[in-house]
Design a protein around this ligand. Structure first.
Ligand SMILES: Nc1ncnc2c1ncn2[C@@H]1O[C@H](COP(=O)(O)OP(=O)(O)OP(=O)(O)O)[C@@H](O)[C@H]1O
Length: 539
């Protein structure tokens, strides 16, 4: 067999092609190690040097912490040289390539002023003419870094070939960086998610919750015990407590615990029904009973037959309607408006009010007989002020709900929680929920800081007639970054280390006893200043 004789120089060419092919093959093999970019990229730079004589390869990447560029991977550079290799945007050859996204070739580094020789000193390089080649590395469709190598100018390989192979290597390095960025992003997301789930799990294990009612304070526990005791009977229950203390929630829990749980729970808000519609609403009406009664309709009593009727805001029921309600409660029969037919109903009555019914009775505004009928088992629900230890549990419970319903992953920093616990919550749990919802919706990151909560509380307080502890107001008049007008006075006031009295006196004396001006100087409202004066017993 006759082997074809290579032309002169062809064997050199073949060797070079083989080396190139070997380099590309090996570099592609390194792609399998994408998750270890240090090893994979260093090995690629090693092959460039070993097989093609493109030496001291380095990959320069942006350093987000310092806002410049730094050598991240290298072959043939000492640690010191790597450390020295930092470039501002647009600085030197590397900075320019990063900025323009175009490759640059310096034929002779000794004749190019833009070449900085910062990482590798000229003295450590060969005496002959040295070139420097820098190429952009594309990551996610953008210039994500720069690949740079030294090259002896007089060599047997053509420059165009070197440029082509370097382009291929830069692309492969870009792929490795892209995979890594993706993996670290996903890992960070998963870690975040994990942390949040762990927190949620801890919270749900810690949050004492019975029948959907959160809290473990003694006053709440007592109310819950009473609820459980009476759940089995048909006795009427009167739930007493301020607005937003959970009266409706308790009524629902009572219904669910009772033997009537499979039947309906029907709510009537006595304060919301106009007098003229009250009878029709409660007892129903026949077709044509009054204008607009186009068809017969069952009232709330009938709808609740066999179940529970929750009469909310019973204290707001006008006297003439109290008589009608009493009659039904006594006889357990109703007559629809426009009909004389008696319909027997079997309902358990749970009533609720935020008013002092006994006082209303004494004033002749609530019938005593109806009061005794409803007040068989009174259960007093504590306000949030009386059970501050429950606030934290409620906050964690609502936070979990709000995160789920708004697709957020918000957590509160300790200071933020402390602010929520310190707030007086005149509107009780409903108000707490509303404020938290606002905080979750407005949260910019996953961690809510104290200042953000304080700001929400101040906004809340401004819309509510409520005395907020002044320290909170002073802290939170403006969100971080903006300067409240009276900040210096506030700082002074705070710097007296709790001696509020002295600060208030000083402000009052500076304002010649004018409280409005003193309040302004302290960064408080007049109402808050009055509150502090009264609380501290100042004259
Ligand atoms: N202990 C609690 N645990 C969890 N959520 C609660 C608790 N108490 C009240 N809530 C929630 O707070 C909100 C207000 O409660 P609810 O409507 O029962 O109060 P209310 O006393 O009936 O108020 P109002 O007198 O103004 O009608 C509801 O969303 C309720 O689910």
């Amino acid at each position: 067999m006759i082997r074809p004789q290579p032309k002169p120089g062809a064997s050199d060419d073949t060797d070079l092609r083989e080396q190139e092919a070997l380099l590309v093959r090996e570099c592609i093999r390194q792609m399998g190690r994408s998750l270890e970019p240090d090893r994979a990229i260093r090995e690629m730079l090693h092959l460039l040097s070993e097989l093609l004589g493109l030496n001291r390869g380095r990959v320069v990447l942006p350093d987000p912490a310092r806002g410049d560029l730094a050598i991240r991977y290298a072959y043939g550079l000492t640690e010191d040289e790597m450390r020295r290799g930092r470039y501002a945007q647009g600085e030197g050859i590397t900075g320019r390539v990063m900025q323009s996204g175009e490759p640059l070739l310096v034929q002779d580094i000794d004749r190019e002023p833009a070449y900085l020789a910062r990482a590798v000193a000229r003295t450590t390089l060969p005496q002959e003419t040295v070139s420097f080649i820098a190429l952009p590395i594309e990551v996610d469709g953008r210039v994500g870094g720069v690949l740079g190598v030294h090259r002896l100018r007089s060599r047997h390989r053509r420059l165009a070939d070197d440029m082509a192979i370097l382009g291929t290597v830069a692309t492969l390095i870009g792929q490795i960086l892209q995979v890594n960025r993706l993996v670290s992003e996903r890992t960070a997301n998963l870690e975040d998610e994990n942390r949040r789930l762990r927190q949620a799990l801890e919270q749900s294990q810690q949050t004492p919750i019975m029948h959907g009612i959160v809290g473990r304070s003694p006053l709440l526990a007592r109310a819950l015990r009473q609820l459980e005791q009476v759940a089995g009977s048909d006795a009427g229950v009167l739930l007493l407590g301020e607005s937003g203390t959970g009266k409706e929630l308790f009524a629902q829990a009572l219904h669910r615990m009772s033997a009537r749980a499979a039947q309906s729970f029907v709510k009537v808000n006595c304060a919301a029904i106009p007098d003229t519609l009250f009878e029709a609403e409660l007892f129903g009406h026949e077709k044509g009973a009054f204008t607009g009664a186009v068809q017969a309709r069952a009232g709330r009593f009938e709808q609740a037959d066999g179940g529970t009727l929750f009469l909310d805001e019973i204290g707001d029921l006008p006297l003439n309607l109290q008589v009608k309600l009493l009659r039904v409660l006594q006889e357990q029969v109703i007559e629809r408006v426009g009909s004389q037919r008696e319909i027997r109903v079997d309902v358990r009555i749970v009533a609720a009010t935020h008013r002092d019914l006994q006082k209303l009775v004494a004033e002749g505004r609530f019938r005593a007989d109806l009061f005794y009928r409803l007040n068989v088992i009174p259960i007093q629900l504590p306000s949030l002020r009386e059970r501050p230890e429950d606030i934290k549990h409620l906050v964690l419970h609502f936070l979990e709900q709000l995160n789920a319903s708004h697709g957020r992953q918000v957590a509160l920093q300790p200071g933020a929680m402390a602010s929520l616990v310190a707030y007086p919550w005149p509107g009780n749990i409903r108000q707490l929920y509303n404020v938290l919802e606002r905080v979750v919706l407005l949260a910019e990151g996953s961690q809510v800081e104290e200042a953000a909560v304080d700001y929400a509380l101040v906004t809340e307080a401004q819309g509510q007639p409520v005395d907020v502890p002044p320290r909170r107001i002073a802290d939170a008049v403006e969100p971080a970054g903006r300067t409240p007008p009276a900040q210096s006075a506030v700082r002074e006031w705070r710097s007296v280390g709790g001696e509020e009295g002295a600060a208030i006196r000083a402000a009052l004396s500076a304002a010649n006893g004018n409280k409005s001006r003193a309040a302004q100087a302290l960064g408080l409202t007049l109402r808050q200043l009055n509150y502090r004066i009264a609380k501290l017993g100042l004259r």
